[in-house]
Design a protein around this ligand. Sequence first.
Ligand SMILES: Cc1ncc(COP(=O)(O)O)c(C=O)c1O
Length: 378
Amino acid sequence: MNLPPFKLERYFAKYEFATEYLLCSSDCEAMSIADLLAMEEGAAEKFQNVWLGYTESQGSPTLRNEICNLYKTTKSDDILVHTGAQEAIFLFMHAMLEENDHIVVHTPSYQSLSEVAKSIGCSISPWRAREENGWALDLDELLGMLRPNTKAIIINTPHNPTGYLMSRADYDTLHQLAKENDLLLFSDEVYRESEYDPATRLPAACDLGDYAVSLGVTSKTYGLAGLRIGWVATKNKKVYDSMASLKDYTTICNSAPSEFLAEVAMRNRQKLVARNLDIIKHNLNIMEDFFNRHTDLFSWVRPRAGSMAFPRYLAGDVESFCDKVVREAGVLLLPGSMYDDTSNHFRLGLGRKNLPQAVERLDAYLSKNIITQVIEQG
Ligand SMILES: Cc1ncc(COP(=O)(O)O)c(C=O)c1O
């Protein structure tokens, strides 16, 4: 196994705790343990009595019961709880893929969705989101990529970093295709339930058949990344058992306090979603206004779900733009090169409460810079 540095995580490691405004976070606004416990009567007291022994390896039954409410036909025994979604991605790839297997990956992608498979010796076909089509994926392109040794299709909808939400018709066709071709469908759904219009929410992949695996986490839509609680949901016994068996070599079981808190969170998830969608929608209006005022500098596809967008910088090299903005304005943007994007995009985060102040800073920086440029050029 030869894993290269995780570019995005290294970039965040450099700036996340040293920069005033994070305008590119993928998660929604977090909260304190006290605020989370206050959502449920008696929870604070129960938390004091959480037993700090080893926990059940597959996740506590009561937590799995709560997670199950996300799904229609998937049962609590089909849920395998992990330390974050990241562990689940790592274990899925190692459990199900071998050297010389081929997989298709929704691209641009969160790096581990392709990199872990690459490190195992798999070949990867990037299934590219097309900006000109609102970041949609082309199913005919997918058909052309399949090979006799194709093992799995990896998708992520709602998508990091574009905010693209697949249409129901495309989603159904994709499922059909995976089923007919005997492929595993790994569906990264960590931004599910953050659709701006709930009517556009897709069914969870795991509910549609045992070829599918749904990935979930408390970090994104629910804004509780510090819990480090993620899970896979699948009716596929082979996938489930192989992942469970590998988990004994990584984390064995999950943190007991985190499992308790995650259970409270999932029981109250409608409140968390409402709170975070309020923040996102408010921020979207601010960004819409910002981009309308700066059409000479940026273009963007307005997202339909999630806490991110992937705008394009039109006035020069995006990497040096992001570098200047973080150094001179204290506002962190994430250049698309972290996703191997070569078309001058950057990631914008929409889930944080202080986005209005961050945008004010950015605006002030742009006005000053544009004035300076005019003076220099004049
Ligand atoms: C699409 C996607 N999948 C998985 C993850 C991993 O989630 P976690 O950091 O909570 O493990 C992320 C985190 O950014 C993500 O954006």
